[in-house]
Ligand binder design. Structure first.
Ligand SMILES: O=C(CO)[C@@H](O)[C@H](O)COP(=O)(O)O
Length: 226
């Protein structure tokens, strides 16, 4: 089986008990903590910042933290999240005036760098920087809110991204995770993985369930069929 990773989005967690929610979901078998940062500017919603990331580290969370910056501008937040314990930092190319520079900044801070493409943003717009990335995150909903429906045309984008990433990896020592975010459930994860994703962000389909272990196990059983 491929090296599939499940990354619960804490956007759907109970923020009043965030540390325990993250511990519970990791104990239930999650691989990565997906940390959604919204600024009410790049997206019409407001969430959490580096202090909360640091608080989770101080609470004993050692799993990889995948920080998805939905903020504009981007660069000021990079150092703060690196210092707060982020492993991956991903950002939207529309939100950075100098995309290549922001990628280098993330790497200089010792983190893994990723770009996030909104449903309508073509992969071609970032083709030249793909070999520098550790992660490409394709949004399968418009960013800003959890609990939306998966947009079906993003399956074609996944296939295109998978082809490009395979080509890059075959000709270099790059290793790029292909992450999908928005409307991922146990019912559609098989189709999404078959289209090429290897890392799955899921908020409501995990935190919205009574039993996190069953929710994650159901996704893994579907992934085992790919
Ligand atoms: O970044 C976002 C939304 O902007 C996502 O991470 C969502 O939070 C995923 O939530 P579900 O669609 O899985 O409920």
């Amino acid at each position: 089986m491929k090296d599939f990773k499940i990354a619960p989005s804490i956007l759907a967690a109970d923020f009043a008990r965030l540390g325990d929610e993250v511990k519970d979901v990791l104990d239930a078998g999650a691989d990565i903590v997906h940390f959604d940062v919204m600024d009410n500017h790049y997206v019409p919603n407001l969430t959490i910042g580096p202090m909360v990331c640091k608080a989770l580290r101080n609470y004993g969370i050692t799993a990889p933290v995948d920080v998805h910056l939905m903020v504009e501008p981007v660069d000021d937040m990079i150092g703060m999240f690196a210092d707060a314990g982020a492993d991956y930092i991903t950002f939207h190319p529309e939100a950075s005036r100098h995309v290549d520079r922001s990628i280098q900044l993330i790497k200089q801070k010792g983190c893994k760098a990723g770009l996030v493409l909104n449903p309508a943003t073509p992969i071609d717009s970032v083709r030249h920087v793909l070999p520098q990335l550790d992660m490409l995150l394709l949004m399968s909903v418009n960013p800003g809110f959890g609990g939306q429906k998966f947009i079906p045309y993003t399956l074609d984008k996944l296939r295109e991204a998978r082809r490009l990433i395979d080509e890059i990896e075959a000709n270099s020592d790059a290793s790029i995770r292909l992450e999908i975010d928005g409307g991922v459930t146990a019912d559609n994860i098989y189709e999404i993985a078959s289209a090429g994703a290897d890392t799955f962000v899921a908020g409501s389909a995990i935190f919205g369930k009574e039993d996190y272990r069953t929710a994650i196990d159901n996704m893994r059983s579907e992934l085992a069929r790919v």
